[in-house]
Design a protein around this ligand. Structure first.
Ligand SMILES: [Zn+2]
Ligand SMILES: [Zn+2]
Ligand SMILES: [Zn+2]
Length: 436
């Protein structure tokens, strides 16, 4: 859940993933179609401000298509401005003497369909930063990004604003990739569907969008269309691949994605309501957070956990956000001058940066300033004692480690390398790119 305030001090006049009708703001950038990145966009005053001044909301072409499919954004139809990915776009911010050009490059964040990161580059004064929005990228994915590279070597980054959703000691250092999880879920789904031809699967998630590849895979495994609500179906109007597998007709569907939130028969479609407790419906909750909660109660050695009281309910370890290892890979790869956490909840930014610091393999360590020193951001410096800063591990970490070890033993996640920053080296060509 993003807590980013929308502004980067070195880039005045533009706002990212937040919407305020401030006369100083002359351009908006939206990383993806999730509501926690659209704070303020529903405000009628903001909408008339944008329309009156012909301001633009820049986003990826797929995000723009999805936003234009939403009835609540009808008024903003012409304000949404698609920018193609992986090419630099020069945009002038403002129109008075204070106007300045900024170059922005959008690149896929692999969080949900259409999600992007932004690289902002300014000539005078010189400033370059990466705003990740929400992302899930491996080290290999990062190495393929041309927007991070100069002719020789990497671009120097002044700042990174990053997705810190799982950057606390309470979370797993390494989280199985979505492709690895699917390899475990496939036999589970197959067995249930083959047991009886009237059995089916219900999928529960926290958001409407962001599960496109999952639905494509489940439709393939079940050889069936996916039942969705009218609202969900309309979001994917014009999306290649998605419109073929989604239907608003529940009959004969072996996969149902027709309700939001936690499983409940009350909120389901008529078919699910009828069969809810019959054993015909296997319920799969795709959520990293719910998986972790359930795992504490009932540790199993799979990236899914069967509920003790309800044997047809499973919690699947599904994360569209980066693990600590993946964030650490990003930071070590780009080695920016300052680091800023975009999701601060339940702990301080200092806790987040300290947690990352413990796993860093880079000789440049991340010093966390006290809040009294100004902005709570990380700043790289060499450690005085020459240590790698990995000596202290919290008890929370060791609890997480045991789960990782279990998953690793089962071959669910790759073996940890000798480096203190375990990361998944294998390139996973996700199908989200196919949708791009
Ligand atoms: Zn978010
Ligand atoms: Zn998101
Ligand atoms: Zn349904």
């Amino acid at each position: 859940m993003s807590t980013f305030g929308g502004r980067i001090p070195q880039l005045p006049g533009l706002m990212i993933d937040r919407f305020e009708d401030d006369p100083d703001i002359r351009a908006y950038f939206l990383s993806h179609d999730h509501s926690d990145h659209q704070y303020g966009i529903d405000d009628p005053d903001l909408q008339s401000y944008i329309i009156k001044d012909s301001l633009k909301i820049y986003a990826s072409p797929l995000t723009v298509r999805m936003l234009r499919n939403r009835r609540k954004f009808e008024e903003l139809h012409d304000a949404f401005h698609p920018l193609p990915l992986d090419v630099p776009h020069k945009i002038v911010i403002g129109s008075s003497e204070s106007a300045y050009p900024v170059t922005v490059t959008l690149t896929s964040a692999e969080h949900i369909v259409g999600s992007v990161m932004f690289v902002f580059e300014r000539e005078t004064p010189k400033f370059r930063c990466l705003y990740t929005g929400d992302f899930r990228l491996s080290k290999q994915d990062l190495k393929l990004k041309r927007c991070f590279k100069l002719h020789r070597g990497l671009k120097p980054f002044d700042a990174i604003y990053f997705d810190s959703t799982w950057c606390t000691p309470k979370n797993l250092w390494n989280i199985p990739t979505r492709e690895e999880v699917l390899r475990y879920v496939e036999p589970l789904v197959n067995t249930h569907l083959q047991e009886d031809e009237s059995n089916y699967i219900c999928v529960y998630t926290m958001y409407d969008v962001g599960y496109e590849n999952l639905l494509l895979d489940l439709a393939r495994i079940a050889d069936s269309a996916v039942h969705v609500t009218e609202e969900r179906a309309s979001l994917y109007k014009g999306f290649p691949g998605m419109t073929d597998i989604l239907t608003t007709e529940p009959r004969n569907c072996r996969i149902h994605f027709c309700q939001k939130g936690y499983p409940s028969w009350k909120k389901s479609c008529s078919q699910v309501r009828r069969d809810y407790n019959s054993g015909r419906v296997m319920r799969l909750v795709f959520s990293y957070k719910k998986f972790i909660e359930e795992h504490k109660e009932n540790p199993e050695q799979n990236p899914y956990v069967q509920n003790k009281k309800d044997k047809y309910l499973y919690h699947v370890c599904w994360s569209t956000h980066p693990s600590l290892a993946e964030v650490s890979d990003l930071v070590n790869y780009l080695s920016p001058d300052s680091l800023h956490a975009n999701v601060i909840k339940g702990c301080s930014e200092k806790d987040i940066l300290t947690t990352l610091q413990r796993g860093s393999i880079n000789s440049k360590k991340w010093h966390v300033r006290d809040a009294s020193e100004g902005l709570a951001c990380g700043e790289k410096h060499k450690p005085k004692d020459g240590s790698n800063g990995n000596s202290s591990q919290s008890t929370d970490d060791s609890a997480s480690e045991s789960l990782i070890d279990k998953l690793r033993r089962k071959g669910c996640i790759e073996k940890r390398s000798a480096s203190p920053s375990p990361s998944l080296d294998k390139l996973e060509a996700t199908k989200l790119r196919r949708l791009e």
